[in-house]
Design a protein. Structure first.
Length: 121
């Protein structure tokens, strides 16, 4: 029986530009879906956060061209923590799946790779 689960992911951008944000967000969301065998119809919602140094584009806007126009998407500002990862976009994806929590694979790309090195690949 399917259960509601959540996937985490993060990426960084080298520059705060719509092209870079679009490419990196799409790569991250695609990797999260592909790596976990998630169909878009299984998505419940996606929450994106961005650090204070990202202003040129909403991460949710970047994700919509992936066919997510009917999935509720929300953006929020990440906490401004001293020493935090710069130009970072994080994702919390809610979905239904048959997989157990320990079978889900969270995805960290670019400069965010070291954020959660305690998680399995």
């Amino acid at each position: 029986m399917p259960a509601v689960r959540a996937l985490r992911g993060a990426t960084t951008v080298d520059a705060d530009t719509p092209d870079q944000i679009g490419a990196r967000v799409q790569a991250l969301v695609t990797a999260m879906l592909d790596r976990n065998g998630v169909d878009k119809d299984d998505l419940i919602s996606i929450v994106f956060t961005a650090t204070d140094d990202i202003h040129s584009m909403f991460p949710a806007t970047a994700a919509r061209p992936l066919g997510l126009g009917d999935v509720p998407l929300l953006c929020a500002r990440e906490l401004d923590i001293e020493g935090g990862t710069a130009r970072c976009i994080r994702v919390l994806m809610h979905l239904t799946t048959e997989r157990a929590r320990d079978q889900l694979h969270h995805v960290y790309l670019e400069g965010a790779k070291g954020l959660r090195d305690d998680l399995p690949e």
